[in-house]
Design a binder for this molecule. Sequence first.
Ligand code: SF4
Ligand code: SF4
Length: 303
Amino acid sequence: MAPGSEIDPQEAKEKILGYCLRKGALAAGVADIDVIERIAPEGHRPSDLWPRARSIIALGVGGQTQGAWSIPARAMSYFGSTETRAYTIAYGCAFFIENTYGRRAIYCPPDMDPEAGPRTPFQSLKLHAEIAGIGARSLAGDILLHPEFGYMYFASVFTELELPPDRPMEDNPCPTPSCVDLFRRSGQTPCMKFCPVQCLSGDIDEDGRQSEMRYDMAACAEMTQQYETLPDLFEAAIGSGDEGEREDLLFGPDNKMLWYKMSVGSGGLLAQCFECMRVCPIATQAPMADPIRRRNARAADSR
Ligand code: SF4
Ligand code: SF4
């Protein structure tokens, strides 16, 4: 686009979202930045990070392959996450916007805010994606789910371009009728029942909709966010007066595995344990939840 020429916001939005989809996103949308400003807590609003932001582009990439869901948790925790693909597309999208429209854009950091500790991100990518209409909060700790694509990983881009926003999804696919049925019989949905640390609970109303979601974040994090295990191991080793115990702590299999995961950069240190999603009918059985289902959908469309 030539410098100085007028930008059509709708056309720009279609091109930018089209870029994300071409690069591998399954879904992309524009979040209403005024809504995010109202909902996000102080210090974590878009304006706190970048006051120039006028639009937020949210995109989602697919979760793991169909085959991956059937391997044991101890293996899946190494490679189950596909989030870095989402970040790559978001990086590219920020460059695409500046290169095409001559307007500033930034890849929104998915990282933790160093001033707020290891559990508080700069921005909630989940909130961006939810308000952009590419996912709805589930009973599994608010993990966003999509009726067609199931379980995705999200990334965001901020730009000073003003783009027409999308709306959040009108219907939440969670819980499914089979989840409601199990809940009526046992008091738990599949994700609640199979969480190894029982950190999920909640309630479903008479119409089969979520009425309450409870999530014990600390219990889930202890199970899944192993980066906090490293300082614990060091603290125990430093504090131990017994040489043998210290050696066991520093050279034991737990510590070695953590360093291995970090050195291969698998993202496994930050991964969830996946058991809530392994049993979720939306995550594993949505019509386009994995590459085989998407391939079959493409084949059916071309008939
Ligand atoms: S990631 Fe694991 S520990 Fe956390 S809610 Fe899901 S099943 Fe439970
Ligand atoms: S198993 Fe999936 S669809 Fe069912 S209640 Fe849990 S998150 Fe929702």
